[in-house]
Design a binder for this molecule. Structure first.
Ligand SMILES: [Zn+2]
Length: 502
């Protein structure tokens, strides 16, 4: 045979698009041409493949070799196709069995000595290969990661020479699939936070219904400390969700880390972060912070310090749970179902409403400062609360009699979350207006209370729905189906910015 085709996968977000590598040998002056890769990548791939084949004792065919990578317009990071190209040359020149790679896709970079080096995005590639009912051959270092794909047949190799020997010996043996051990995540505990009963209650509600949250308070009130305790209150990830989270890490700059398997992400980008860093981008689109926070928490401290344009791009993913990144002719979709937790000072100096009485900010200055966050973004935040500094006595008390452990709070959260899954198949925060009508009916008395509050606080229709969603979660935490006035009243109290406090 003088023609061979090997199938591989591009690094294109979670899409892992199919790439076919065709290798054709023709009579003529010995040369190798690679079509479909950027020029610099072609030169490097040629050198690596040639050297790897020679060091492994395979004579480089003395023919005119043409490798065509198709389709031509996919992002093709050079190295990941080395192994596919090398195996294509070996198959086309009859040096490995013609049928050795039937039904198997190939990923891997080669070193000059024939070692097979890891690549990014092995898990999304394995998921796609499984969908296409093909196996996937990956570098040994990517084996555990690719093996997370539940239905995938994964093959792994560490060196070109041993791989070729195995291909000669018969069909490759798939690796045994095993999910990494989940070490019990040691997370900061809620019991360590003294006082702050309102904030702790808000965290519990946020965790139970997947609600976004804004904490407003002076420096030193413990806003970051509280936010960092939210992941520990959330229900555990399902296996499918854990795979999604791992697949995102797999295509990201940092790569997949088995130690983080099964954990909900907690991302804390700095307020100097660019829009691209936050939402993703690049010529080969990379996930941004909102995607890295998928199924977890995105914590934005000092919210008014973020560039307004950067904050505005959060609006759409907050609603849809995904982001589309367009670059020239290409589009990549990334999931971005994150829970937003934000924190800010009440005024430019930070001490408005504080017992110290230090604040000298004028109402104008306070208005301008808060105005940095647009109404539409604020409208999409379910819970807003003031977090005062804790009185010194509470801070120095040896123990806080009211302090509950994260574990206890989490058990209530899990029960409330189960009610929501059974009722609507999703957290309350994600209910559509129609689902709110259906699942949050209120009696006449509650409606009067709600409407009076809406008028007094000047809330939008969107905010009205948010209050009902939060009230639904409060009732779910209480284990009751019917919404009562008390649930709605508590939800209204948790819109403190709208109520104009302090
Ligand atoms: Zn001030």
């Amino acid at each position: 045979m003088s023609l061979a085709t090997v199938v591989s996968r591009a690094l294109n977000g979670l899409a892992a698009d199919l790439v076919t590598v065709e290798v054709h040998l023709a009579p003529g002056l010995p040369a190798i041409n690679i079509v479909g890769l950027p020029e610099a990548a072609v030169r490097e791939a040629k050198d690596r493949v040639k050297a790897a084949l020679q060091t492994c004792g395979y004579p480089f065919p003395n023919r005119r070799i043409t490798c065509n990578l198709a389709p031509a317009d996919l992002p093709k990071e050079g190295g990941r196709f080395d192994l596919a190209i090398a195996l294509g040359i070996l198959a086309a020149s009859g040096q490995i069995p013609e049928t050795a790679l039937d039904g198997i896709e190939v990923l891997g970079e080669l070193s000059l000595s024939g070692e097979i080096r890891p690549v990014r995005g092995a898990l999304p590639a394995a998921l796609k290969a499984a969908q296409a009912q093909r196996g996937l051959l990956v570098p040994m270092e990517n084996a555990a990661e690719a093996g997370l794909a539940t239905r995938a047949r994964v093959f792994a190799a560490a060196h070109l020479a041993t791989l070729c020997a195995a291909l000669h010996a018969g069909p490759l043996q798939a690796i045994e699939r095993s999910a990494p051990d989940v070490a019990p995540a040691s997370q900061p505990d809620l019991a360590e936070v003294r006082g702050q009963h309102l904030a702790k209650r808000a965290l519990e509600i946020a965790a139970a219904g997947g609600h976004s949250m804004l904490m407003i308070g002076p420096p030193g009130s413990g806003k970051s400390m509280l936010a960092a305790r939210l992941p520990g209150l959330l229900p555990p990830l399902t296996e499918e969700e854990a795979i999604e989270v791992a697949a995102i890490a797999s295509v990201s700059q940092g790569g997949f880390d088995a130690n983080l398997w099964g954990r909900r992400p907690y991302r804390t980008p700095h307020h100097t972060a660019s829009a691209v860093a936050l939402v993703g981008g690049g010529s080969i689109p990379r996930p941004g912070e909102i995607t890295l926070a998928h199924r977890g928490i995105l914590f934005l401290d000092e919210l008014p310090e973020f560039d307004r344009g950067v904050l505005e791009v959060l609006r759409e993913p907050l609603e849809s749970g995904q982001i589309t990144i367009s670059r020239a002719a290409r589009q990549s979709d990334f999931p971005a179902r994150f829970q937003l937790v934000a924190a800010m000072n009440p005024c430019p100096c930070g001490y408005l409403g504080d017992v110290s009485g230090k604040c000298r900010c004028t109402p104008d200055q306070v208005g301008r400062y808060r105005g940095k966050i647009s109404g539409p973004l604020l409208d999409r935040i379910d819970l807003q609360l003031f977090v005062p500094r804790v009185e010194r006595e509470a801070l120095t008390a040896a123990s806080d009699p009211g302090a509950e452990s994260s574990e206890r709070v989490r058990s209530r959260v899990v029960a409330a979350s189960r009610r929501q899954t059974e009722r609507a198949g999703k957290p309350n925060a994600q209910m559509t207006p129609r689902e709110i009508e259906r699942d949050c009916p209120v009696d006449a008395q509650t409606r009067v209370l709600l409407e009076a509050a809406m008028t007094r606080m000047g809330l939008s229709a969107r905010a009205y729905h948010r209050v009902l969603k939060v009230a639904r979660t409060i009732a779910d935490l209480a284990g009751v189906e019917a919404l009562a006035a008390g649930h709605v009243a508590e939800a209204l109290r948790l819109r403190e910015l709208d109520r104009g406090q302090p």
